[in-house]
Write a protein that binds this ligand. Sequence first.
Ligand code: C5P
Length: 294
Amino acid sequence: MAEEAALHITAPAKVNLFLHVTGRRADGYHALESLFVFTRKGDELVLTPADDLGFSLAGPFAPRLRALGGDGEGNLVVRAARALADAAGRAPSVHIELIKTLPVEAGIGGGSADAAAVLLGLNDLWGLGWSKDKLAEIALTLGADVPACLYQEPLYVTGIGETVRRVTLPWTGALLLVNPGSGSATPAVFKAYKAAGTAFDAPLGLPEDAWQSPDSLKADSHNSLEAAALSLNPAIAEVLAVLCEEKAARLVRMSGSGATCFALFDSLKDAEAAADRLKAAHPAWWVMADEIAL
Ligand code: C5P
């Protein structure tokens, strides 16, 4: 029965521990150098075998996603299911329920993570047995960040986001993610970055040196989109300032094109204690503490 066969999957948040912009391609896309990590918690998806392709939206951020046109055919998860079905030469016979618990336009993967999770889930549900590298080819047709979101482990990412290499972090840590409740549209942030005429970052010669410790991340890397995102959304500055007050935070930075910022802690206990303080002081902010998936 369809109910019994439903598959429940999680689409974890993606966090850029650093994000350098190293150039601009002829097609306008920016060349990046970045360290991606993933949390364990994230959006939830329920894939249920059905006669036709169907989609429904639930969860605390469903209204915001609907307002941005993310309901129905326009949602990246629907496009992901269609693209995989086409590539596999079969019907896209599945109902996808997306329970949106991560904020949208937030710099933490969002739609890309959801689309990647659907590719992984349908690969199982339809018994395709494709490798992640094969799924990555389809993922790239859906967005620059989607291939990386298939791996859900620390990644060194270059190109426009499509060239990924698994890395081992020689330390463990936990993240506190904070979003001020206002979005940050990626195209607008890149446009503001370009308009500011910021010099491109030189590629890191030995990138692994940058992630030897949280201290080396702090000293040797940054997020080059932070100034542009801040110019469009001043609430990001307030989030960063509040996170910087956390004494146990090893690194405080914005993720992706914002508006979500993170603080890196040595332990989940420290991150959760900070989360409790922030929730009490800023009830309108979205706050999540979680481990880094290794
Ligand atoms: O790939 P995604 O749809 O998230 O990108 C949204 C927009 O962000 C692109 O249309 C482009 O303007 C900008 N972008 C960029 N360089 C990247 C990724 C995105 O300029 N590497």
